[in-house]
Every structure is written in C-alpha cells, then in structure tokens.
Design a protein around this ligand. Structure first.
Ligand SMILES: NC(=O)c1ccc[n+]([C@@H]2O[C@H](COP(=O)([O-])OP(=O)(O)OC[C@H]3O[C@@H](n4cnc5c(N)ncnc54)[C@H](O)[C@@H]3O)[C@@H](O)[C@H]2O)c1
Length: 338
C-alpha cells in the first residue's frame, strides 16, 4: 500500500516514515527541504534498509500537487506533516503561515476528495486547547482562541477537514493533537534538527549542554505547579510516530466510527521544566547551566493529555519514559555535534 508522507524529511515525519516502512508500507515523501535536508533519507535507509520514494516539491504550488497525484494515482493514504511551525515567526509573518499551513491542506484535500476512498491523518496540536480548564485534557475540552497565527492554522485546519468530511463520505480523516514531541530514534540515525535557536525546551537543553548556547532561561518559577515551573506532556517521537501508523490502519481497515475523528497523543503525565532539566542531568551525568527568569508572555501554566480515548480506541499507548526520551535526545545531540 502506497502512503504519501508530506514533510517526511522533518522531525516527526522521518520517524513516521521509519515506522511505516517497518510495517511494510510503501512510502512516498514530499518535502520542499525548507526545514530539512535530503541527508535524512540516509538515516531512514540505515534504519529500515529501504529508500522511500522522494519528490522535492513545494506543496504551495498547486499545479505540481495536481501532477503529483496524477502520477501517483495509487496513493491510498496521506499523512500530512508539512507545515511551518515557528510560533514567533508566525506572529511576524502571518500570511506565510496561512498560505503554507492552510493553502497546502486545501490542495491536498481537493485531490483526496476526488478519490473513491481516501485516508488522511493531520498533524494537529494541543495548542488548540490553550490553557484548558481541567487536567488532564480530554478531546472534549473546548478549543480556545488561538494565541498565534501558527496555533490558529491548526484550529482552522481541523475545521476545514471536519467541514470537508461532512460532505465527502469517501474521505476519512483523523486529526492527532500532539502534546510535546521530543527525542530521537534509538539508533541515532535520525532526530530533531532545529534551524536557528530551538523553540522547544529539550533541544535547547541539549544544545546548551554541548556549549552551543550559553545558558537555558527557565521562564518563571512562580506558577501554581509542584515546583513553580510550567508543566507539559513530553512524548517520545517514536511513540508519536507509532500513533500515526495505528491511526492510519484504522482508516485503511474502515474501523473508524465516523469519517472525522480527533485523538490526543501524549503520555498522560505532566512534567515541570525543572523535572525535565533533572532528567537531563540524570541521564547525561552533567549539570546544566540554567537560570530562572521572569515569566514569558503567552505561556500557559499546565497542559497534559488524557489519553484514554487513544488508548482504548486506537489501542495505542506511549511506551517510553521521560528519561528514555531524554537519553535518545542527548545521544542524538552528541552524535550530530561530533
Ligand atoms: N514538533 C512539535 O513540537 C509539534 C507539535 C505539534 C504539532 N506539530 C506539527 O507536526 C508537523 C511536523 O512537525 P515537525 O516538528 O516534524 O516539523 P519539521 O519542520 O521538522 O517538519 C516539517 C517538514 O515539512 C516540510 N515543509 C514545510 N513546508 C512545506 C511545503 N510547502 N512543501 C513541502 N514540504 C514542506 C519541511 O521542510 C519539513 O521537513 C507540523 O505540521 C507541526 O506543525 C509539531
């Protein structure tokens, strides 16, 4: 079965390509290399022994998307990772984010709507919940007003898919709301490659530890949490990648209850920033240079997932601990800085 993975050279996409190939799927990757390089293909081959098909293509170019689907008319499922994801940049350049994250989604859905049957997995985010009123966060928690154009593209993206599914019974879709992905493949052949200053905590920690950053700023220690720092749900990227494979199989096997479903993908456990730093110090055996600074505007206090729905319906559960995920992130950082 041929599966298209857009953004398949990126962080989560490349790990998902590995899991798909391990399960025997034939994978075609589309990536424009705006936030990744073709060298990622070598890592995928090193792990799976198989080179996926790859087309370097910008999904914003609608005619090229059309030609691609004509050429590969046997594609049975699409996992759509391709997007721009820097929250700060999205505030500076909203139209770039709306064009890249919404425009490309519309083009792909138009193609899929013409097929007799199609299966579509969308990369959504826990950012849609904002500061949820109750923890852990279930899928029924209300979607809050987005804090950034990036967050808004995930909310609008979900709405576009839901609206399209309503009038397109042949289209079956699942939106996966990721919590905080981290880590690298245990082989350290693939991992996260942030461009510029990392947006996420874990690569900032590992880059500080190898001396690329002077110190880590912890934004606020006066939040109403266990130790005063913000709480998030950190999920190993390999666990997250596996969630995509089970979600896709659910659609391909027509096991879905409705043609648009939403699942949280997290571990169900919240960790404070200081607990994450502690995990790093434990697995690396070295102290991290960090300081507590003032709160940062826009940060919510706590977010962790209720994963009951994914556990029960997808039969999927995150397996790795924070320490295991941290160890893979640290091994990866050390490997790429050699
Ligand atoms: N990493 C996170 O913390 C996180 C959390 C929640 C949701 N997400 C979502 O998951 C998805 C994947 O995230 P990631 O962390 O792997 O990001 P990433 O930047 O590593 O991967 C995205 C890939 O898409 C490609 N791409 C971007 N625009 C494209 C276009 N127009 N045409 C073709 N390729 C294009 C990039 O080159 C990159 O390889 C994104 O949709 C992101 O918004 C990520």
């Amino acid at each position: 079965m041929k599966i298209l993975v857009t953004g398949g050279l990126g962080f989560i996409g490349s790990h998902t390509v590995v899991e798909l190939q391990n399960e025997g799927f034939e994978v075609v990757i589309i990536d424009d290399c705006s936030n990744a390089t073709e060298k990622v293909l070598d890592g995928i081959v090193a792990i799976t022994g198989k080179l996926p098909l790859f087309e370097k293509l910008d999904l914003k170019e609608r005619d090229k998307v059309e030609s691609f689907f004509k050429k590969h008319d046997d594609i049975e499922g699409v996992i759509h990772f391709a997007a721009s994801k820097a929250v700060g940049e999205s505030v500076e350049k909203p139209l770039l984010y709306y064009e890249n994250n919404i425009g490309t989604l519309v083009y792909i859905l138009k193609e899929l709507s013409q097929k007799a049957k199609s299966s579509f997995i969308f990369s959504s985010s826990c950012t849609v919940y904002g500061q949820a009123d109750q923890m852990p966060i279930t899928e029924d928690a209300p979607v809050k007003v987005a804090e950034s154009p990036y967050g808004n593209t995930k909310q609008i993206g979900e709405e576009i898919i839901a609206d399209t599914c309503k009038v397109t019974p042949s289209l079956n879709a699942i939106a996966l709301r990721y919590f905080n992905p981290m880590g690298a493949h245990p082989s350290v052949e693939i991992g996260e490659l942030p461009v510029g200053v990392p947006q996420n905590l874990v690569p900032f920690i590992t880059q500080t530890a190898v001396g690329m950053r002077k110190e880590l700023s912890v934004f606020g220690d006066d939040y109403p949490t266990e130790d005063g720092t913000c709480v998030r749900d950190y999920i190993h990227v390999v666990d997250l990648a596996k969630a995509h494979v089970v979600a896709l199989k659910r659609l391909l096997d027509s096991k879905n209850d409705s043609n648009y479903e939403v699942f949280n993908v997290g571990t169900g456990t919240g960790s404070t920033v200081l607990q994450v730093i502690n995990s790093f110090e434990k697995v690396s055996g070295q102290k991290l240079n960090y300081k507590i600074v003032a709160r940062r505007a826009g940060d919510i206090t706590t977010a962790y997932a209720d994963t009951t729905k994914a556990n029960a319906i997808l039969g999927w559960k995150a397996q790795s601990t924070l320490d295991q995920a941290m160890e893979s992130a640290w091994n990866w950082e050390q490997k790429i800085r050699k």
